[in-house]
Design a protein around this ligand. Sequence first.
Ligand code: MRU
Length: 354
Amino acid sequence: MDDIKQVTHVTNIRLEDDLKSVVIIDQTLLPNRLEYISLANAEEMYDAIYTLKIRGAPAIGIFAGYCMFVLAGKISGEGEAFLAEFRRLKEYLNSSRPTAVNLSWALGRMERVAEANIKKPKAELLAALEKECRAIHSEDIEMCRAISEYGLSLLKDGDGVLTHCNAGPLATSRYGTGQGPLLLGREKGMNFKVFADETRPLLQGARLTSFELSRAGLDVTLICDNMASIVMKNGWVQACMVGCDRVAANGDVANKIGTSGVAILAKHYGIPFYVLGPSSTIDMSCKTGADIKIELRPPEEIKTKWYAQPMAPEGVKCYNPSFDVTDNSLITAIITEKGICRAPYGKSLAALFG
Ligand code: MRU
């Protein structure tokens, strides 16, 4: 991955040629090693999502679609027995991470295709499932491209852009969402001064965003999360752009922990704060951010991970929410593949997704 095309066209998720496993880039090894792993059973697939070998809301959805197809090929029963086992596996994968709606969205699509084709011969049922999981992937490629075009229309060449977590090609497909406009702009010969929050505790900004964007030839500066205020105060940031894991019908947005703090700072300094995401991340059944389940993760991610020695006393209590909700009043616009939504979000989101 050492030029723009290689970054924006990386194959981060695919079916193995024999259709018996799903191949992904193990994101936990980046930026030091670019390694592909092959996952053939439900336990390995669950583990890959839970441990963030595959991560980023759209990528989790794409992966889950492929997983259900591979697992369906290994179910021996037919008819109701097949559906019962298919649903059990679907619920199992769905329980791996609760916040990104793309997971249940993609699993739901696969389940509906299984139900609609259950009376057909097994080969036809499997062909329908394969078609659906490939469609989930190719639709995401189209959506990311459109989101990137809309997002780019909000930037000027040379702008300083602060981003949080990773919403680039690894987290999606091709250009990404939150980082898509930057990559697309670079491809068109523009440049930006990007500030990438390192994104504690799992360092997606340091390990993945700064890796992808610098490989694409963008001017990237990595900062610790608590440095966002000073770079904004210095006048170095003209826009913030982030991805999202679930957008409620009123425009409240769940995204990586720390996002709401960035939005509050941006409001203070009068900097536009943009959220970018595909329709698969918009959950019109979720009224407000208060209805979004926030994933809690183990204390080791704060206390011991990344350190040669523990960096906190052994028994100390930790609170490790993986996401937070940004209030819609802090968001300048939500950029989707169907267009740019602005406040009042209840109306603008319903007009495109109602
Ligand atoms: O815990 P992660 O790394 O899966 O969290 C990812 C994020 O919060 C991303 O910003 C979000 O999924 C948008 S990805 C296009």
